[in-house]
Design a protein around this ligand. Sequence first.
Ligand code: AQP
Length: 332
Amino acid sequence: TPRVFSGIQPSGNLHLGNYLGALKRFVDMQGPEMETVYCMVDLHAITVWQDPKELAHSTRELCAGFIAAGIDPEQSILFNQSQVPEHAQLAWIFNCVARMGWMQRMTQWKDKAGKNQQNASLGLFAYPSLMAADILIYHATHVPVGEDQKQHLELTRDIAIKFNNDFGVDFFPVTEPVIEGAATRVMSLRDGTKKMSKSDPSDMSRINMTDDADAIAQKIRKAKTDPDALPSEIDGLEGRPDARNLINIYAALADRSVEQVLADVGGKQFGEFKPMLAELAVAKLSPISSEMARLMNDQAEIDRILARGAERARAITAPILKRTYEIVGMVS
Ligand code: AQP
């Protein structure tokens, strides 16, 4: 059976972009024809500073978010990265396979390190190598992610290919990125040319999964738009990034295509469309946020779920790491 792997960083502010670009699609991929493995990637989160107390809180909250959104911890393997040490162990091997030049070309590295690269953590630089290990330690074949992770997935393929070539084996699979749907790149509500992101200083730029109905409605009401009416065909969104973003969000939340949505709302002004979007967003997101809050009342249960998930994950990762060590020539 095909195996799906993906992860989300427990770095706080789980938002609508994470939900539509990742989490909702993780839920859609659950089923008997796929083995699904989902991870809170805390080792990735600490590539930039995380307050220890907040990291622990965000990890549990993210786990609650997965479950509230529809991940069944019996059906999927749901766990925390640092509890499965093979991720970091394989990442070290990959650090020795990947080249500095590959990492230097990564746009996420350039964006996050900013001007002062000398002062960024070594972990931030090596981030894609750990991500390759996350995926390949499961021999995962399908990786659902948002558009922003495309370059890292290409690098994962390069690492798999180079490892196989270097050691003359056909061991790591060449993974397929799964970047599909209307919301592979949800944009900021304040600027339709910028990605909706956890670290945007403006809370009005994103809808957090913990926002209540009033906050969601207010953020949509204040979202940036242009003065024109909505088009009835997709070409009419050309050069209108804010309009496109709100339509994409509507389509993804409604599980409909952008074309279908435009056929319905074409001709409407934003004054009419925004309340429709707010109503849909509240209807879809409120049950998730209230379930998250409920689950967070029993953190011992969350910890049990994570421990059980890690145990199941290790049943897959331990043999793959062992075989990798043998291939590399490590005495065991
Ligand atoms: N705006 C987005 N639209 C669609 N998908 C998105 N993802 C993130 N932002 C969007 C997808 O969510 C998954 C988990 O991402 P992550 O944990 O790596 O978070 P991130 O990319 O660090 O999130 P942010 O908000 O972008 O954080 P900062 O502000 O720190 O850069 C991935 O599949 C990602 O594609």
